[in-house]
Design a binder for this molecule. Sequence first.
Ligand SMILES: Nc1nc2c(ncn2[C@@H]2O[C@H](COP(=O)(O)OP(=O)(O)OP(=O)(O)O)[C@@H](O)[C@H]2O)c(=O)[nH]1
Ligand SMILES: [Mg+2]
Length: 431
Amino acid sequence: MTLFVDQVRISIRGGAGGAGVASYVRERGLPRGKPNGGSGGSGGDVIIRASQDVASLVSYARHPHWAAGDGTHGEGDLRNGAAGAEEVLLVPLGTQIILEDATVVADLVKHGAEITIARGGRGGRGNAAFVTPRRKAPSFCEQGEYGDELRVTLELRLLADAALIGFPNAGKSTLISRVSAAKPKIADYPFTTLTPNLGMVRLENREFLLADIPGIIEGASDGKGLGHEFLRHVERARVLVVLLDPTPLQALSVGEQYVALLQELAGHDEALASRTQVVVVNKMDSVGDPAEIEAWAAELGIEVHMISGIAGTGLTELIHVIADRVGEHIREAPERDGFVLHRPLDVGFVVEREGDTWVVSGRAAMRAINLSDLTVPEAADFAAKRLKFAGIEDALTEAGAVSGDDVRIGDVVFVFSGDTDDVDDEREILS
Ligand SMILES: Nc1nc2c(ncn2[C@@H]2O[C@H](COP(=O)(O)OP(=O)(O)OP(=O)(O)O)[C@@H](O)[C@H]2O)c(=O)[nH]1
Ligand SMILES: [Mg+2]
């Protein structure tokens, strides 16, 4: 049995940035030469990319944790650390990426479409980067930043050209096995097919991708049976092939099956009810009465194709009809558009009150205090300037903080003073 996974939750971490270093040129006779501490390398990003060479999400079900490489630390002599390797997760075409708050951030439809889902942390700067005319020998440096960490759900929605829709036992799997190389299980009990089968149908240099999904029953769109879970795979099919079964294997007549199937499709997604259809009555080798079926079709004003999957009658004509409808659809809408949302990078901060303490969180706040040793006065002074530069000092004042209040950022607690010097002279290194 081939394992088919169409929804999987994974956790992802961008690489951590390497730390900067504080070091000094060694010169004879001088205790401390010029600062020459290099910066840490940035952490690698995690990228999710669609690839036509990947057929399922099964490898992610087996391996749900992914991380990009960490940057290495800076060294003396102005040597910067190396950047961490990026991690690229290849997924099948038609994969959607969904955040924990249910936002769909990407729908990767085309080969090569990608999203940077987790950014690596910035490398910390070495002390050489903090030299200014007023600060000739900084003794502090930055730590590396952590990379983004998140959980996402990958959800596959097949991109078949045509999809077979029918009640269990209608003969969907038999049909796909006759017109393509797909080899699904076939049996006369309902829900023989448990996961979708895909088959490439080729005839006289025409071709289209056909999907066979588990049978749909009444109430499927409310979650009954198996079909519901798989309806998402017909959402993007250009053409729906509605397969009806006239034999006593079905409790409903052909006409009733048709009505019920359309109801389930509409219940799942209104747009599905108006999708191009090819209506087929199968098993005409058995009990079907062509005159009766013709009369029913005429009454509804639809075209019906009568075939026998087992005997193979009517199949060539049916394939041409499906290929025609698929072709028309492709001319109208050549590309199925995916998308990638460009989320603004989370660089902000939030000020909250916790008892007597002001708590500031967010990336900008962590950046401000991301120095190697805040007990060094010049480092603490620099952190204060950064808080001002990032607008955090103003935000605290606005929130009601006064000199002497405790402010906590991450693990660091300090006393608010709100009177930091002007920061204009260091704009570049404060960011
Ligand atoms: N007489 C007749 N029987 C058929 C024909 N096509 C399929 N069958 C029979 O109908 C039964 C169900 O066939 P499947 O192809 O497994 O049906 P399915 O629609 O895939 O069923 P599920 O996977 O359960 O949804 C089997 O016993 C088939 O042999 C046909 O053209 N004529
Ligand atoms: Mg089947």
